[in-house]
Write a protein that binds this ligand. Structure first.
Ligand code: RIB
Length: 341
């Protein structure tokens, strides 16, 4: 049974009055250092949060959910946020957003703040949710679900794409268009998305005699990281004719690095990304990518959380959605313009 501590429990354990605790919590008057220490100890021992009183007494929902994203400046996450908000609004919920930059400390600060903001539920699209965090949220009765990256150990429902299958699809396409030495710029390996795509690449290429682990280069899911990784790959393997990048921003970086060297993208080196963000439609050449069902992912996770908030009990599980290849000119292998014949 979950016991929700009250301000009275804190006052009793600290040996002070309720008004003194209230003064400390609201910073609305003087509390001496020793009393402050006693109150803080009691709050920690009881895992008390002011919000619990409001929720316990009022028993009301606020129809507000929070979405913690790694970086909303990446169109993948802003497209996700759009879907989450659209669907939440149809059920009468508003959404507040926060960027965690995949930092556990930032995420925990959000959790602490959200505990006091009468939030009905939280969607985590980052990967740092610890077992302790999720147990604390459960104790406080705050439903949560995970999107895209999800914590390594399963705690709560997760919605993500079929990352490994998508990577296999990318390599298959590069082979189909004639690539015979394909490199992979991989995403952060503390993220299941980066790890699964790397696994899919290795599983697909390890059978070929040209494969060597030096065709693997780390990236950071950002444009600059994709550029730098491509430079390093070309230094090691000037004869590569295909690059599979673990997300579209790194693929854009690869395009820039190749073009800076006067290498024709497509006919000399084919490039494929992963995500399916709109940027892939405005690059030159347009970028081939493995498109994630971004809107569907956001819509699905929003419905899952709202069901949890409204007491529709469902088994926690992992939902993996299909991805699809969008072939464009960055993998079109027509002859190099100045090639004869
Ligand atoms: O572009 C950001 C990447 O991080 C995406 O591939 C998404 O899957 C997330 O993991």
């Amino acid at each position: 049974m979950i016991v929700i501590s009250t301000i009275r429990d804190v006052a009793k354990l600290a040996g002070v009055s309720v008004s003194t605790v209230s003064r400390f919590l609201n910073k609305s008057g003087y509390v001496n250092a020793e009393t402050e220490r006693l109150i803080k100890d009691a709050i920690e021992k009881l895992n008390y949060s002011p919000n619990e009183v409001a929720r316990g007494l009022a028993g009301k929902k606020t129809n507000t959910i929070a979405l913690i994203l790694p970086d909303i400046s990446n169109l993948f996450f802003s497209d996700l946020a759009r879907a989450v908000e659209d669907v939440a609004a149809t059920y009468g919920y508003t959404v507040i957003f926060g960027n965690s930059d995949d930092q556990g400390t930032k995420e925990r600060r959000y959790i602490e703040t959200l505990k006091k903001k009468y939030i009905d539920g939280i969607i985590f699209a980052s990967n740092t949710l610890s077992r302790e965090d999720s147990e604390m949220l459960a104790k406080l009765g705050i439903p949560f679900v995970c999107l895209d990256r999800g914590p390594s150990e399963k705690n709560g429902s997760v919605v993500r794409s079929k990352n490994k299958e998508g990577a296999v699809m990318a390599v298959r396409h590069l082979l189909d268009v004639g690539c015979r030495k394909i490199a992979h710029i991989y995403g952060p390996q503390d993220l299941i998305t980066g790890k699964e795509r790397l696994n899919g690449y290795v599983q697909s290429v390890q059978v070929f005699e040209w494969y060597t682990p030096t065709l693997l280069e780390p990236g950071d899911f950002r444009i600059a990281g994709g550029m730098a990784a491509t430079e390093r790959l070309l230094e090691r393997h000037p004869d590569i004719d295909g690059i599979f990048a673990g997300n579209d921003l790194m693929a854009v970086g690869a395009l820039k690095a190749l073009q800076r060297r006067g290498i024709a993208v497509g006919c000399q080196v084919a490039v494929c990304g992963f995500d399916g963000i709109q940027t892939t439609e405005i690059t030159t050449p347009e970028l081939t990518t493995i498109a994630q069902p971004i809107y569907e992912m956001g819509a699905h996770i929003s419905r899952l959380l709202i069901k949890k908030i409204e007491g529709v009990l469902e088994e926690d599980r992992i939902y993996e959605l299909d991805v699809k290849l969008i072939a464009r000119d960055s993998t079109l292998r027509r002859k190099v313009p100045n090639e004869q014949g």
